[in-house]
Design a protein around this ligand. Structure first.
Ligand SMILES: Cc1ncc(COP(=O)(O)O)c(C=O)c1O
Length: 387
């Protein structure tokens, strides 16, 4: 770790700080882990967890297992398509009329996500007015209801077979919509940390059997209704090792694995290499062992608890101060380590999630050994902000 800190400091000595940077060796280690664990599935790259066109292109070009992208808004998808990216599945439904009307002019390469009759009605109205056909993917709910709690997330409305049958019945009345895919995201496996939690491990195990049966049954219903599905998508980083065993699935969406943020340190059955970091300089020293860095308050989305704060990574021995947390313009850190830190020294931190930190920086420096070898733009650096 000391060597890693020295390398980062050397590489960043002339870069403005705070800055966002990627450790190339760790990034490719993670990328190879994804390839090794892909089984016989294609991997669709989750753009929300990367948010840099150059890095999306690097992943995609690295191996033929990477096929297509899962995007997060239609406006983003139209932009990516204009830059030459192909095979874009939007992971979430859209009601953005301006972008839908644009898509209707040329619907190629983009598949829309749906799970409600209202989604179908909206798309049918726009596509029929423009005499075109939209391709859609249906989002199947794979959460598990337990007494008093939902083990999973609230997302798709298609939970039971009867809901799916009603949806398919309505789809028959929409000649301008073609169903080409089905997605089931097992968030309770992919997004739930289970290291050191027997309860979570047992719940996950229980849920895995249910997911497998439910997904298969739902896909059979769709196929029996006469639809040919070119994509059957499942999973995420946290479920790769399970989703790759499901025969019916032909592609798995992966994003976070490449950057390996803090939340992904806490899974029982895999370990990744932290790859994306940000640096910030010490600008104050209000007490003997307290060092204050500039900025730092980049809190991750979702339920807010301490793990959603950035983690002070290097040098070892730094911790956030409970009463203050990570601040908007400055963050005090307690240091309990052997180095003699001073004003101007850089501290290295990690974000809890993968892509959100890219909304705070224009560029990502790519570091190989102790040198910056390349600097690429984030979406934000290209003047783009979708969510
Ligand atoms: C539909 C869908 N698939 C897959 C993923 C997994 O992405 P990641 O690999 O970044 O965890 C997500 C993340 O939220 C998602 O919403």
């Amino acid at each position: 770790m000391m060597d890693q800190y020295k390398n980062f400091l050397h590489a960043l000595k002339d870069a403005p700080s705070p800055s966002l940077f990627l450790d190339q060796e760790a990034f490719y280690k993670n990328l190879n882990w994804v390839i090794l664990n892909s089984g016989n599935k294609n991997i669709r790259i989750a753009t929300k967890s990367i948010r840099s066109v150059e890095i999306l292109k690097k992943i995609h070009a690295s191996n033929p297992v990477f096929q297509g992208f899962m995007t997060y808004t239609l406006e983003e998808s139209l932009w990516l398509r204009s830059l030459g990216l192909k095979d874009l599945l939007i992971g979430y439904p859209t009601t953005d009329l301006a972008s839908l009307n644009k898509l209707a002019e040329d619907p190629r390469e983009i598949v829309l996500m749906v799970d409600r009759i209202e989604h179908l009605d909206l798309l049918e109205e726009i596509a029929s007015a423009k005499k075109t056909v939209f391709e859609v993917c249906v989002d199947l709910d794979l959460s598990m209801d337990l007494p008093g709690v939902r083990f999973g997330v609230y997302r798709s409305n298609l939970h039971e077979e009867k809901h799916l049958r009603n949806f398919l019945f309505h789809l028959k009345k929409c000649p301008h919509i073609q169903l080409v895919g089905a997605m089931g995201y097992e968030a309770q496996i992919a997004g739930v940390m289970d290291e050191n939690s027997t309860l979570m491990q047992v719940l996950k195990q229980l849920s895995l059997t249910q997911i497998k049966n439910r997904r298969l049954k739902m896909i059979q219903i769709i196929q029996a209704a006469g639809h040919t599905l070119k994509l059957i998508n499942g999973g995420g980083t946290g479920s790769l090792k399970h989703t790759n065993k499901e025969e019916v699935v032909n592609e798995i969406t992966i994003g976070s694995a490449f950057f390996a943020p803090v939340l992904f340190d806490h899974y029982q059955d895999f370990k990744l290499s932290p790859a994306l970091f940000f640096s910030s300089p010490i600008v104050r020293q209000p007490a003997k062992n307290i060092f204050t860095i500039l900025g730092g308050g980049y809190i991750a989305s979702g339920q807010t608890d301490e793990i959603k704060q950035p983690q002070a990574w290097l040098p070892i021995g730094l911790a956030l101060i409970k009463n203050e947390g990570a601040g908007e313009v400055q963050t005090p850190l307690k240091y309990n380590g052997p180095l003699k830190l001073g004003i101007g020294d850089l501290i290295i931190l990690r974000h809890a999630k993968a892509g959100e930190i890219c909304e705070r920086f224009n560029q990502i420096h790519i570091i190989e050994g102790n040198r910056i070898t390349e600097t690429v733009s984030t979406y934000r650096g290209e003047g783009k902000c979708f969510l």
